[in-house]
Design a protein around this ligand. Structure first.
Ligand code: FES
Ligand code: FE2
Length: 388
């Protein structure tokens, strides 16, 4: 459905800062190269702790991060072939989470009936993806498609973000092209216009027009000369729960959002840049260009965004009743989508339990009103890839 692009006052949806996620989607939880065969890591997807491990052959598995014996976190355990052994008493769990060994159990005695929940997990685009919801839906949903990942001629830059903010605040920042003012000193974009806006059950798509000028614009192939103003259309799509944006064949961004808690989010971003260099020169220069773009461009932009998002979160926690004014209809559409997805999940979860099936995992959706962001430092972590 097409929506009006007029910038006029809208009421901000108060519940959006307190809303949970729809877990029936694939969520990226980390970079694949950071988890080697025989290693285990913890992932938290909206308050669900998951132990993700690679078995001896390198295949990924994901189990609830709680031992059915005494609740100790399984990510503290040890990979034993295909199994994960809990650190405490060494109970071993197979890839379905079934307890298959208790090391001190006398021979011939029956194993206890104990099973940890298992989750669908896969590796795509250099990322590890987990499906934290109803596993029977996992095959029908897939991570976003990124054609640039395998196409030649794109320079890739991978960046991890940590935010002390609710995922709605982060998602609004990604959809909000009207904040070029913030990045003025970095020669960001200027003179933004919202050209079109559409909304479906699962997505919001906005087309903006933005102008660029300066040395960075020239370096990225946006203009022939640094003093020349170039105006281009940029599309920004929020396909719940992730983002993608594209600047007319010049650059593309896929931003995977990981909601951790009501006051904490992460993101895994894949930037693609069409640098105006021949392929033979681009290849050897790639590591240097990646480093320059991360360090002197992307991280600077993102540090400015983080400062704003975390300020917004603190202000919300200090006074959740306060009402705010928004004039960008794209932001209102993003808020609507976030709330709708959560409501849809709640409905399907209650339907499942009414039909007598096992209800989805007991994720606790609680009010954030009394919480404070924790002290973990936020920031953007550069993460260069060295392979295609
Ligand atoms: S707590 Fe895990 S084996 Fe005892
Ligand atoms: Fe920004």
């Amino acid at each position: 459905m097409d929506l009006a692009t007029t910038l006029k006052s809208h009421t901000v949806r108060a519940e959006v800062r307190d809303v949970g996620t729809n877990p029936n989607h694939w969520y990226a939880i980390g970079w694949a190269k950071h988890l080697q065969a025989g290693q285990v890591m913890q992932a938290i997807v909206w308050q669900q702790a998951i132990a993700v491990y690679r078995d001896a052959e390198g295949t990924l598995h994901a189990l609830e991060d709680a031992c059915p014996h005494k609740g100790v976190e399984l990510h503290r355990g040890k990979v034993m072939g295909q199994h994960l052994a809990c650190r405490y008493h060494g109970w071993e769990f197979d890839t379905d989470g079934q307890c298959v060994k208790v090391p001190y159990l006398p021979k011939g005695q029956k194993l206890p009936c104990a099973q940890a929940r298992s989750y669908p997990v896969q590796e795509q685009y250099g990322l590890i993806w987990v499906f934290p919801g109803d596993a029977s839906l996992a095959d029908d949903r897939q991570p976003p498609v990124m054609p640039e990942y395998t196409e030649p001629g794109w320079l890739k830059v991978f960046v991890t973000g940590h935010f002390n903010a609710h995922f709605s605040i982060c998602n609004e920042n990604s959809m909000d092209v009207f904040h070029g003012f913030l990045h003025e000193n970095l020669q960001g974009w200027f003179d933004p216009r919202l050209l079109s806006l559409s909304e479906t059950e699962d997505a919001v798509c906005a087309e903006y027009q933005v102008s660029y000028k300066g040395h960075m614009a020239k370096f990225l192939g946006l203009s022939e000369r640094a003093d020349q103003v170039t105006t281009l259309p940029i599309t920004v799509q929020y396909r719940y729960p992730h983002y993608q944006s594209s600047l007319q064949g010049v650059s593309a961004l896929y931003l995977m959002r990981l909601p951790v808690s009501p006051v904490k989010s992460r993101s895994f971003a894949l930037f693609f840049f069409k640098i105006r260099l021949p392929q033979w020169l681009l290849k050897p220069l790639e590591p240097l260009l990646q480093w320059v773009l991360e360090r002197f461009v992307l991280m600077k932009f993102l540090a400015q965004d983080i400062e704003m998002m975390e300020s917004e979160q603190r202000q919300y926690l200090a006074n959740p009743q306060r009402r705010y004014v928004e004039i960008n209809p794209a932001i209102i559409a993003v808020q609507r989508l976030i709330v709708r997805q959560y409501e849809r999940f709640k409905q399907s979860a209650s339907q499942t339990s009414m039909n007598g099936h096992k209800a989805l995992s007991p994720v606790v959706y609680r009010s954030v009103a009394m919480q404070q962001p924790n002290a973990e430092p936020s920031g953007w972590v550069p993460d260069r890839t060295d392979s295609t």
